[in-house]
Design a protein around this ligand. Structure first.
Ligand SMILES: Cc1cc2nc3c(=O)[nH]c(=O)nc-3n(C[C@H](O)[C@H](O)[C@H](O)COP(=O)(O)OP(=O)(O)OC[C@H]3O[C@@H](n4cnc5c(N)ncnc54)[C@H](O)[C@@H]3O)c2cc1C
Ligand code: SF4
Length: 338
């Protein structure tokens, strides 16, 4: 473990001021990702700015009919919050599909957005990795790439974003509130995470000195016809090979509104507006869902060990949409575990 300084932030302005004063400082919230990365010497901050005492732990209804979630709301509190369970159950399902009960108790909303990829080579400092060390190469391109991306990849990086919660937030069209040295701003969820391009070291469009303060959900919650389907190697405590957040509003057996986002397949939660448009106005049939799946996967590209993900994603999209249409969400098997 490297040596580092520790400081506690008094309020959001103080947190931003402290991080702006030290380019190698990092915020720490639950620490469930950052501390692991520090132990592996992937992250080497000179200073940790503890933000856990900031007043960012509330879940409140907004004047626009949506919900504002403080950046420090623990993942478990969010999943079991009555407003989320009742109005945004797809978000509760996605959170409960991730990690373990203990980790969800520690993990924060802001930290979940900013968790880093689980690419094995990113964690292994003995191997080249453009995300960890820009310009060193990508070991996954010709190495073990079973967990890796099939959409939006670049020659520099084929990593995936590991979050489950973020897939639901993408489908729900959330907004991220941030504050930095020049003030506060909002970032549409679809613009928050980045594709790797030739700068895979940047996961998000958050500026280095900005603090995430909240995530806001719009009023539309898709509380009746939704599914978060996570396909993984083990039934719990494993990252997604492919996951699908599917949310529909139905008018009889026709689709009024549709949302479709995938996890485990790209460097960011993958939402496809063309596929959603193709679903609107269509009957809730397998043919409709298969057409949407083909649209999502039209540019999918597999590598040596992960080409199976293309078929897997196709089946998962069809199954998730079928379950959403039938109003039978994926089982929330660990819902009772707190
Ligand atoms: C064994 C294991 C299994 C897991 N399985 C899953 C899974 O299946 N699905 C899943 O989705 N996740 C999974 N996770 C990841 C877990 O959800 C994340 O580690 C967690 O959400 C990170 O939140 P945190 O508060 O602990 O972040 P931290 O570790 O404290 O921080 C992570 C990063 O975010 C930054 N940060 C934190 N808060 C803010 C803020 N407000 N503003 C700006 N920057 C901030 C930190 O500087 C750091 O860079 C797993 C983790 C582990 C260890
Ligand atoms: S896929 Fe990305 S994170 Fe993994 S080795 Fe390549 S550059 Fe690094």
């Amino acid at each position: 473990m490297i040596n580092f300084q520790y400081a506690r932030a008094g309020d959001a302005a103080d947190a931003v001021q402290q991080i702006a004063a030290d380019p190698r400082a990092k915020f720490i919230a639950g620490g469930t990702n950052l501390i692991d990365l520090m132990k592996e010497e992937v992250e080497r901050p000179t200073r940790l700015i503890d933000i856990t005492r900031l007043p960012l732990r509330s879940v409140e209804e907004t004047a626009e009919g949506g919900v504002r979630i403080g950046a420090l709301v623990p993942n478990s509190d969010l999943a079991y919050h009555p407003l989320i369970e009742r109005r945004y159950p797809i978000l509760a399902s996605a959170i409960l599909a991730g990690a373990s009960a203990q980790l969800r108790n520690m993990a924060s909303t802001g930290g979940n957005l900013l968790q880093r990829t689980r690419c094995y080579y990113f964690y292994d400092t003995a191997t080249p990795c453009n995300k960890r060390e820009p310009g060193s190469g990508c070991s996954a391109l010709t190495g073990l790439n079973r967990m890796h991306a099939i959409l939006g990849t670049s020659e520099a990086c084929i990593a995936t974003h590991p979050s489950d919660m973020c897939v639901a937030l993408a489908a729900l069209d959330a907004t991220v509130h941030v504050v930095g040295p020049v003030g506060a701003r909002t970032i549409a969820f679809s613009d928050f995470h980045r594709l790797p391009g030739d700068t895979p070291q940047r996961d998000t469009n958050l500026e280095p000195h900005e603090l995430v303060t909240a995530v806001e959900l719009p009023a539309r919650g898709f509380a009746v016809n939704y599914t978060y389907l996570k396909i993984r190697d083990r039934l719990s405590y494993a990252f997604a090979l492919v996951s699908v957040a599917a949310a529909l509003e139905l008018d009889g057996n026709r689709i009024g509104e549709a949302r479709l986002a995938l996890g485990g397949v790209a460097h960011k939660p993958w939402r496809d507006l063309a596929a959603e448009a193709a679903l609107r106005g269509q009957p809730t049939t397998e043919a409709t869902f298969a057409q949407a799946a083909d649209l999502v996967l039209r540019d999918a590209k597999g590598f040596e060990h992960n080409a199976f993900k293309i078929d897997l994603a196709r089946c998962a999209i069809i199954r998730a949409l079928t379950q959403a249409a039938a109003g039978t969400p994926q089982s929330q098997s660990d819902k009772k575990i707190r």
